[in-house]
Design a protein around this ligand. Structure first.
Ligand SMILES: Nc1nc2c(c(=O)[nH]1)N[C@H]1C(S)=C(S)[C@@H](COP(=O)(O)OP(=O)(O)OC[C@H]3O[C@@H](n4cnc5c(=O)[nH]c(N)nc54)[C@H](O)[C@@H]3O)O[C@H]1N2
Ligand SMILES: Nc1nc2c(c(=O)[nH]1)N[C@H]1C(S)=C(S)[C@@H](COP(=O)(O)OP(=O)(O)OC[C@H]3O[C@@H](n4cnc5c(=O)[nH]c(N)nc54)[C@H](O)[C@@H]3O)O[C@H]1N2
Ligand code: SF4
Ligand SMILES: [Mo]
Length: 686
């Protein structure tokens, strides 16, 4: 019998949003997962962890029934007993109603993120929130810093089509690790390298899988990209690589920028970045000589207190050389803002009251422990309804997050596929479907397709989609909105029609629909997204965030990072692990085996000086917390830099708290954002 191959879309929180071909072996069983060959972005490739998705889909630990906690918080599945769906939903609705009656609706905080990127299953929780007047969520954990940095210069969240990387003559991966985090970028880079010998440069504090295959690796200190970008621009202006014709037409203040970077010499930047003057000058010349240069802007280097400023500085480079105007030239951070999606129905924007308080998702620790900087004179949060995210693992200042979840007066409901660290803190856990078990519509950060995917197999046991749970709760809570009476498919179809896109059947039948603009649009030749249509070298930070005091307007090294000192001599980077996706896939044996155990990479000479041998147990700490991990000596980073690839579950650490215990919950400028790679620490033998 021929294999039954069904089209789908990877829903995970990854810019690739791969078009998939899933082997269906039976009504509720899948085999291998492949990348769609006929999609010219996915081009037949998916990452290893999704190729073996059957491991996650059919995992014996998938949640299959609603559960009520009868034992202590944080223990796991042994502390729960099964209950029926009607009882579970009734109880959740009663608890949310009681919290709202006691302290007002803002005491309830529906809390979510991007466990699935499907618009209906991910964002439907907002419709319930807005219909009930519950506290809003400020989404800061991933893109707040990078969005701010990109929007300050470019003005709209889109960039050059990633498929053009194949036409580039130089590709720079700046602060991202696509070999691990969005493998398809590498497909297009490989074509440019093969077909025209385009050099590939990586800017990253350590030798990642991506840096290891690059032609050049600029291995700078974390949080110093603004200095590197300024020195590159210094050389571009000084050595005649600047495209004045382009800048005069398309930029705001090229003369001011030229004068400003005059003093930002390669020597100045070398002292800040730890790179050599030659490395900086050689890279600047290579970049200046090449018109078709493509900067693939990663998220990683934005996750610092000066991250927005640094990201803006990098986006100035293609504007100085005019690379934007050439095929294969320019930059891409994300195409999230490319799609003309009308989200009113999905998110219930028509019933949103903008005066409802907005709570910062990355500050869930301070919020749950009653920090008045977040709560103002509003009520405490006494009820959480969580979908698609695992804050007990992924959020900054984990000790505080745990302290908050431990509160006796807090009611928590978690809708999950697995008994995560967060689910283990819940009073009621509801079993969730995977993307293979429900319908949804997907846009992407890394390409230009919109995709509609239908359910492929039946869910295990009583697992139910997010949309279903949201609608059932809405009914019990008395929430009013037409979206609660529609199916996923009806919402997808109505949303596509309202957005002026082909209907759901049409997109589904062709598998995807390309939303790319024409060449001039993708290259901003008809203007940037700023009010005056020019690229802004001079960032008006007040346009993208309210907390901008002290931020440099022209690109610079903004020295507000958690700088090392005598007591904390290392700068810690907590980069994503290749076989995990945030905290997802930490449950699959194939991923666990390959990642082995939580490990800190430090330079051999640093290890030597501290008396730390290969594989030794070491303690890594700062004022906030300390954790025990194993050391690996590694020469692919500067001295004084430490890397712990993450995000392991708390139980993988000896003392029960993971790496985010070390990370600060401070909200970065100008619009919030978690500073995962901006932590000064000490390292000692344990
Ligand atoms: N395998 C895997 N894939 C993933 C994820 C995962 O956890 N694992 N996470 C997904 C998510 S949610 C996202 S947002 C994307 C993120 O994907 P990326 O854009 O790759 O961004 P990050 O993963 O945050 O950071 C990547 C790199 O940034 C580097 N970096 C840290 N600080 C600095 C700095 O100051 N300067 C420079 N130049 N580089 C720095 C780190 O060393 C790391 O190699 O990946 C997605 N894909
Ligand atoms: N140290 C450190 N911490 C980080 C980062 C880092 O680089 N370093 N990266 C940060 C970034 S960029 C991000 S985006 C966050 C992400 O952190 P999270 O949002 O927590 O992402 P995941 O760990 O993938 O968790 C998503 C959860 O959603 C569940 N899920 C998936 N699909 C569905 C569904 O359809 N329904 C329901 N109900 N649940 C579903 C999964 O089982 C999983 O447990 O982590 C951040 N934390
Ligand atoms: S590369 Fe990203 S989008 Fe593609 S299959 Fe892997 S996790 Fe999913
Ligand atoms: Mo993210």
């Amino acid at each position: 019998m021929p294999l039954d191959i069904v089209h789908s879309t990877c829903p995970h929180d990854c810019p690739s949003t791969c078009a998939l071909e899933v082997e269906r072996l039976g009504p509720s069983t899948i085999g291998k997962v492949h990348g769609a060959r006929d999609n010219d972005y996915t081009a037949g490739v998916v990452c290893a962890k999704v190729a073996r998705y059957a491991e996650r889909q059919h995992h014996p630990d998938r949640l299959t029934r609603p559960l009520r906690r009868v034992g202590a918080k944080g223990i796991g599945i042994g502390a729960f007993e099964p209950m029926s769906w009607p009882d579970a939903l009734d109880e959740v609705a009663e608890k949310l109603t009681a919290a709202a009656e006691r302290h007002g609706a803002e005491a309830v905080w529906p809390y979510f993120y991007a466990g699935t990127m499907g618009l209906v299953q991910r964002d439907g929780i907002d419709r319930l929130r807005h219909a009930m007047g519950y506290s809003r969520e400020k989404e800061t954990i991933c893109v707040a810093l990078s969005d701010a940095g990109w929007l300050a210069g470019v003005g709209v969240k889109r960039g050059v089509d990633a498929r053009e990387i194949a036409d580039s003559e130089l590709i720079v991966m700046w602060g991202g690790n696509p070999v691990a985090t969005q493998v398809n970028v590498m497909t297009h880079i490989s074509r440019a390298r093969k077909e025209r010998g385009a050099p590939f440069v990586v800017v990253d504090p350590y030798r990642t899988g991506t840096a290891a295959v690059a032609d050049r690796h600029l291995m700078l200190r974390p949080g110093t990209d603004g200095a590197l970008a300024c020195a590159v621009m210094h050389v571009l202006f000084k050595e005649g690589f600047a495209d004045w014709d382009y800048m005069n037409r398309y930029a705001d203040a090229p003369k001011e920028l030229e004068a400003h970077v005059e003093s930002r010499t390669p020597e100045w930047a070398a002292a800040i970045t730890g790179l050599s003057v030659e490395e900086i000058v050689d890279f600047a010349r290579l970049y200046g000589r090449t018109r078709r240069s493509f900067i693939r802007v990663g998220y990683g280097f934005s996750r610092s207190r000066n991250g927005a400023s640094n990201l803006h500085a990098v986006t100035c480079l293609p504007t100085v050389t005019g690379a934007w105007r050439h095929r294969g030239g320019g930059a891409l951070y994300s195409n999230g803002g490319l799609y003309p999606i009308d989200r009113t129905l999905i998110k219930g924007l028509d019933v949103l009251d903008r005066s409802t308080r907005l709570l910062d998702q990355s500050r869930i620790g301070p919020i749950l422990t009653g920090d008045r900087r977040d709560l103002g004179d509003g009520p405490p949060v006494t009820a959480l309804f969580i979908q698609n995210t695992n804050p007990m693992s992924v959020c900054p200042d984990l000790a505080k997050v745990r302290q908050g979840f431990m509160r006796d007066d807090l009611f928590t409901c978690v809708h999950e596929q697995f008994m995560t660290d967060t689910a283990a803190m819940a009073d009621i856990v509801l079993p969730a479907t995977t993307f293979l078990e429900h319908d949804d519509v997907y846009i992407a950060g890394g390409h230009t397709y919109i995709q509609v995917a239908r359910k492929v197999v039946e869910p295990p046991g009583e697992a139910r989609p997010n949309h279903w749970v949201v609608c059932e709760l809405a009914r019990r809570l008395g929430a009013k909105h037409p979206g609660f009476a529609m199916s996923e498919w009806q919402i997808i179809d109505a949303t596509l029609r309202a957005s002026g896109l082909p209907d759901a059947e049409t997109v589904h039948a062709k598998h995807w629909h390309d939303c790319a603009l024409d060449f001039d649009g993708m290259h901003f030749l008809d203007g940037f997204g700023t009010p005056d249509k020019r690229f802004h070298f001079k960032a008006d930070w007040s346009r993208v965030g309210s907390n901008h005091a002290g931020m440099p307007s022209l690109p610079d090294h903004y020295a507000v990072i958690d700088a090392p000192d005598a007591l904390h001599p290392f700068r810690l980077v907590t980069a994503p692990a290749r076989q995990f996706l945030n905290s997802s896939f930490t449950e699959t044996p194939g991923s666990r085996r390959r990642e082995q155990r939580p490990t800190v990479l430090i330079h051999g000479e640093d290890a030597e000086g501290l008396g730390i041998g290969e594989g030794d147990r070491v303690r890594v700490g700062n004022r906030q917390a300390s954790i025990v991990v194993h050391a690996r000596r590694f020469d692919g980073l500067q001295r004084g830099v430490a890397v712990i690839e993450s995000i392991w579950p708390n139980g993988a650490f000896e003392e029960g708290l993971g790496v985010n215990a070390l990370v600060s919950a401070e909200a970065a400028q100008p619009n919030g954002g978690a500073v995962f790679h901006d932590t000064a620490v000490w390292v000692r033998p344990a």
